[in-house]
Design a protein. Structure first.
Ligand SMILES: C[S@@+](CC[C@H](N)C(=O)[O-])C[C@H]1O[C@@H](n2cnc3c(N)ncnc32)[C@H](O)[C@@H]1O
Length: 252
């Protein structure tokens, strides 16, 4: 592990990044869903559904919603895998998962979901126990992206599916300009109005910019041994889905 890692535009120790990221989500947990809805203009519902359509989860499967927070993906996955399936939410923030539990209860799928407070880079889950791992807006927050992806590979069954959703920089120049103004000026202000704290939204805008571009993430997935690694841009590149599959045992 390096002595310093990027935290937005700053460089901090790994422990400091973990501490700050946790602090942000503990602070905004109760208003996270409202902020997600208003700041994405509702687009995130569509993006999540597209991710689930690509995944095609089957009844009875076991799925991890990693960095699962308030459990949006977990609730969708729980519907797809049905009563015979299992969904695990793993997150470092207890406050985010408390908000997620209420949502899962309202959706009638609470009993299908297990909640694990833990670090994505060293999960206490068994090797090869999951049919799919979904990471919504989580990879950017990890101290070491490589460690996180290796850990995901470890817990996936051979043939298991990986799906991640991340914010990205829009492809069209005009939209990039608007997005820049929006994310550095409007978002921290609106974020503070909604959650009471602007710092997580300054970090959000900066962390999107320092996160590796989609093609580099795809290369990382391929180098780690994942197959069928693909990029699916959403809404002109405002967000992106990464999908890949762990190779079946016989081809390892
Ligand atoms: C932006 S939120 C995304 C929540 C949810 N996945 C979604 O799609 O809305 C990022 C989540 O990642 C969690 N997180 C950040 N670093 C983590 C880590 N190292 N291990 C586990 N969870 C982490 C945060 O606590 C937070 O709940």
């Amino acid at each position: 592990m390096p002595t310093h890692v990027p935290y937005g535009y700053q460089s901090v120790s790994p422990e400091e990044k973990r501490r700050r990221v946790l602090g942000h989500f503990e602070t905004i947990a109760q208003r996270y869903d409202l902020a997600d809805l208003l700041l994405s203009g509702g687009l995130h519902f569509w993006w999540r559904r597209k991710a689930m359509r690509l995944l095609q989860l089957q009844p009875g499967e076991s799925v991890l919603d990693l960095c699962g927070g308030t459990a949006d993906f977990a609730v969708l996955a729980a519907r797809d895998v049905g009563p015979s399936g299992t969904v695990v939410v793993c997150d470092i923030s207890p406050a985010m998962m408390i908000a997620g539990r209420s949502k899962a209860r309202r959706a009638g799928v609470l009993e299908r979901i297990q909640w694990v407070q833990g670090d994505a880079e060293r999960m206490g889950l068994a090797d090869q126990c999951l049919d799919a791992v979904i990471v919504g807006y989580g990879l950017r927050n990890l101290v070491s992206l490589e460690n996180g992806l290796e850990e995901i590979l470890r817990v996936l069954k051979p043939g298991g599916q990986f799906m991640a959703m991340e914010f990205s920089i829009p492809q069209a120049a005009w939209l990039r300009f608007l997005y820049h103004q929006y994310s550095f000026r409007v978002m921290p202000w609106a974020g503070r109005m909604i959650t009471g704290s602007a710092a997580p939204f300054h970090y959000l805008a900066e962390s999107i910019r320092v996160f590796p571009p989609p093609e580099k993430i795809r290369t990382l997935l391929i180098n780690l041994g994942l197959e069928r690694a693909a990029i699916h841009p959403l809404s002109n590149g405002l967000a992106v889905l990464f999908s890949a599959v762990k190779p079946p045992v016989h081809s390892l």
